[in-house]
Design a protein around this ligand. Structure first.
Ligand code: NAD
Length: 349
């Protein structure tokens, strides 16, 4: 397949690019190179045959029309977005512009291209979204997000992603655009931007700084290794049923406090700290406004229909991730030195 990946210089997009190229797909990586982008994320495939990069903004319709005409993709995998919840609380307008207006502009460019090409049945527009559109779950472990769970977004980020999901479904119902959607739980793994919880914890631990935890640390997230997410996304774009949504999750529910403690335990083994465990650096900070209590995904559809299953347990994935940050100091130091990048949760500058 020739796949146009938007946001391919980001965390998940670059994992998709690396895996798609490894599997022999042609990939056009479209990215506006915002603060969250890093060209080094795709360094391993930059010279691969069939890989190309184009710097463009998904809100720029003329640029999108040129890119569709020049590259004639068989599929679009749309990951470009503003993705940081804390930043969405500080500056919601950017999230509406990129996630809502940007998705609308990309849908219109894709529709024009697809229509002009004779409405090929095999074309796919794959929208990559989040489980945060479903809102917050109570503690009862039998309750999980399914594809039928009503939307109830509660942050500017999740509201903008919910809006973009609705646009994508509307373009299918109204214009027949062959779309598939995925809603995934929290990702972690190599190349995770140093402002997010897991990298903040690893890097602050190594720097001897406080390990910030919102509220009392009881918020529950369902963690998935990013390379397993990329694998699920490629399955969905290749084999998913048109018009359908697939929830993707690792069935790994952890409280934030337990997650940070687990990271400290891995670091204690790999890079022992003088004077005791890294867990001594844990510090509770004022909770994020509107902080959702619990997310948990029921991945039965993607598992039963498409045969997807994660390749690593969360314990294996966290150990690989910690090792990756220990081995790739140049990567994270370069990003940390970018203007406006924070090292505390809730602080984006
Ligand atoms: P990221 O912030 O790491 O990367 C986003 C990329 O999009 C960056 O490379 C950025 O330069 C690019 N981008 C931003 N605005 C753009 C624009 N206007 N035009 C073109 N490119 C632009 O994000 P991520 O964590 O990799 O998330 C990717 C997608 O997956 C997002 O849509 C996000 O909502 C979704 N998602 C993320 C998670 C997670 O845990 N990170 C979980 C589920 C779903």
């Amino acid at each position: 397949m020739k796949i146009l990946v938007t946001g391919g210089m980001g965390f998940i997009g670059s994992a998709v690019v690396r895996l798609a190229v490894a599997r022999g797909h042609e990939v056009v990586n479209l990215d506006a190179l915002t603060y969250a982008a890093c060209k080094a994320n795709v360094a391993t495939v930059a010279d691969a045959p069939g890989y190309s990069f184009v710097e463009a903004d998904i809100r720029d319709r003329a640029a999108l029309d040129r890119i569709f005409a020049e590259h004639a993709p068989d599929a679009v995998m749309h990951l470009a977005a503003e993705s940081h919840v804390d930043r969405s609380i500080d500056a919601p307008g950017t999230f509406v512009e990129t996630n809502v207006t940007g998705t609308y502009t990309l849908l219109e460019a894709a529709r024009a291209y697809w229509t002009h090409a004779g409405r090929p049945e095999a074309f796919r527009f794959h929208h990559i979204s989040t489980d945060e559109v479903y809102g917050s779950l109570p503690a009862d472990p039998s309750l999980k997000f399914t594809e039928e769970t009503p939307y109830d977004p509660r942050s500017p980020y999740s509201a903008s992603k919910a809006a973009s999901d609705h646009l994508v479904r509307a373009w299918h119902e109204t214009y027949g655009l062959p779309v598939v959607l995925t809603n995934c739980s929290n990702n972690y793994g190599p190349y995770h931007f140093p402002e997010k919880l897991i990298p903040v914890t690893i890097l602050n631990a190594l720097a001897g700084k406080a390990l910030p935890i919102y509220g009392d640390g009881s918020n529950v997230r369902d963690w998935l290794y990013v390379e397993d997410h990329a694998d699920a996304l490629l399955l969905v774009v290749e084999k998913g049923q048109v018009g359908r949504s697939y929830n993707i999750g690792g069935e790994n529910e952890w409280t934030n406090l337990d997650l940070v403690r687990a990271l400290c335990a891995i670091l204690d083994e790999k890079r022992p700290r003088e004077g005791g465990s890294y867990a001594e650096q844990i510090a509770f900070v004022t909770d994020r406004p509107g902080h959702d209590a619990r997310y948990a995904i029921d991945p039965a559809r993607v598992r039963d229909e498409l045969g997807w299953h994660p390749s690593v347990t969360v314990e294996e994935g966290l150990a690989k991730t910690v090792q990756w940050y220990l081995d790739n100091e140049d990567w994270w130091r370069a990003l940390q030195s970018r203007e406006g990048v924070g090292t505390r949760l809730g602080v984006a500058s």
